[in-house]
Design a protein. Sequence first.
Length: 69
Amino acid sequence: MVVPPKNVYVNDVLIGQASTWAEVNALLRAKKIVFVGRPGSAEGPTAFFIFGASLAAEAKQPESGTGTA
């Protein structure tokens, strides 16, 4: 039996699709999304949901300052 893909959301942001939790974990690794502690998770009929503090979000923020000493 082939499991149809479901949307994968991290903190309400769509990051891709997966059919199983193993595929969700592989997607998180591929997107380099790392959580502080253990994230909450749920599976619905059409989507996987993961909620938690992500280190990837902090890494994407621009640096402050002018870059001069």
